[in-house]
Design a protein around this ligand. Sequence first.
Ligand code: DC
Length: 238
Amino acid sequence: MTEGRARPFIVAIDGPAGAGKSSASRLLAARLGFALVDTGAIYRAVALAAGRAGVALDDDGPLERLLPTLAIRFAPPPGPGASQRVFLGAEEVSEAIRTPAISLGASAVSARPVVRAGLLDLQRRLARASENRGSVLEGRDIGTVVFPDADLKIFLTASESERAHRRWLELHARGDPSTVEQVLAEQRRRDRDDSERAVAPLRPAPDARLLDSSHLGLEAVVEMLAREVEARLGARPR
Ligand code: DC
C-alpha cells in the first residue's frame, strides 16, 4: 500500500442466491467508484476449470493442486451497465460460468474446505489491490470469513419466490429454457447446501446489517447502501 494512502474501504455484501447481490454490488461499486470483486464468479471459474481438467468436484487433493495453476482475474465491463468480464488465463469465461450446471458445480466446490482456504488470499488481494477508495465484495462469507473487519457488512436477502422469479427472468433473457419451478428447485438445493455446509455456511455476520429486498426496487437498495458507505467514509479518519 502506498504510504499515506488509507486502505480501501471494504463493503461486504453477503446473502443467498437471487437476493439481488450482483446487480446491487455492481451498481454500488460503479456509483462510488469502488472496485468490484464477485467472489461467486471465482468459485464458478474453479468449477469450470475442474470439470475441464477431469477433476471430481469433491476430490480434495487434485482440487488443491489445481487452484494455484488457475489465473482467475476480472476485467472492466464491455460497456456501461454491463457485468464485469471474468477470465481464466487468457480465455474469457464470463458466459461459460453462468450455466445452471456450473451453478451446481460451484456450490459443490465451495463446500470443500481446501477450496475455500485456497481462495482466501486471492479474494483479499483483489480487494486490497484496488487503486480506488474502496472495494465491494459480493459473496456468502465475506463478512464472516474473508473480511471479518469489513467497514460495512450487508446481508441482502429476499423471499424464496421473489428470488426464484428474478433468477428465472435473468436465465430466460439469456435464452435458457428452465421453468420457474426448475429454478426454484435448484435454488432450494443450493440454499440448503450453502447454509448446511460445515465450512463457512451462509449466515449473516453478527454485525451485518440485514436488508430484505423483496419489496424494494434495485435503485432503492443501491441508494440505501451508497448513503451508508458515504456516511461511514465521511466519518473515517484519513
Ligand atoms: O453467487 P454465485 O451464485 O455466483 O455463487 C456461486 C456458488 O459459490 C454458490 O453456490 C455459493 C458459492 N459461494 C460461496 O460459497 N462463497 C462465496 N463467497 C461466494 C460464492
